[in-house]
Design a protein around this ligand. Sequence first.
Ligand code: PTJ
Length: 275
Amino acid sequence: MRTRRAARRGAVFLAVRGGLARMSDEVDVPEDHPRYQSLLTRHRIEAGVEKGITSTQGLIAEGRGEAFDYLLGEETIPSADRAARAAAAHFLLAEHPVISVNGNVAALVPGEVVELAEATDADIEVNLFGRTEERVRAIAAHLREYGASEVKGLTADARIPGLSHERAKVDRDGIYDADVVLVPLEDGDRAEALGEMGKTEVVIDLNPLSRSARVATVPIIDNILRALPNVARHARDLSGSPRETLTEIVEGFDREGALDAAERRLREGATRESE
Ligand code: PTJ
């Protein structure tokens, strides 16, 4: 076990309005505010920037995500739930699964990252587009506050081939060695490069047209606030299942269908029965 639940300092998780878990140190947003979840989410990103965890570009990424979520209906559509189950099966089948964490992920879902790592015995590694050693250390410390006992990404003794930017820097015994990598909230070329290394990528992104989502083995088109706990829930549900069952789930997942269903939902709204 790479994490220690007992040491999760000060993190109080409450189920609020069907999804968003609330942290203990958050500002008081009246729960009856019509944009309650969105305000809480913005506050987390803002607090992340103030704490030196999230980049200022992360604020823009948050705005993009929020617009997509609004169109999606701010709910997990059935195809995203199937993707979350397939992702959980991949994680449970993996030899060495790794959850990649950037500044937005650390600010939004630190406790949920730790929970998923626990549920699937995965490593956690910080990987940043706007990488500075200071930010990597701040994010690792933040994740440890939420119970992570080991956070990779500080050594950065290997590179993902074919990438010229800072996201190429990875730990040799982390993402470089992984067979399954969770890549959340980045519209970029790293997912493609990881695929070329032969890795299975699970991508969480609200934009089904993002490059990462389009090259993912499993694209989960959902808000990370809902998607991460959902993958962890499926992993707990599937733990102990025979490998044949997990393999069936993995092989039965239709990635093109999931991308199409999400795009339809964004363009047409909730008009179709089957998503
Ligand atoms: O912390 P760093 O330095 O590694 O930088 C991280 C950011 C997010 C700034 C960087 O990766 C970036 O610029 O990302 P993009 O290109 O804006 O892509 C972010 C993607 O995440 C977009 O496709 C958004 O729609 C999506 N997104 C934003 N918020 C959420 C989201 N997807 C799921 N859940 C969200 N809450």
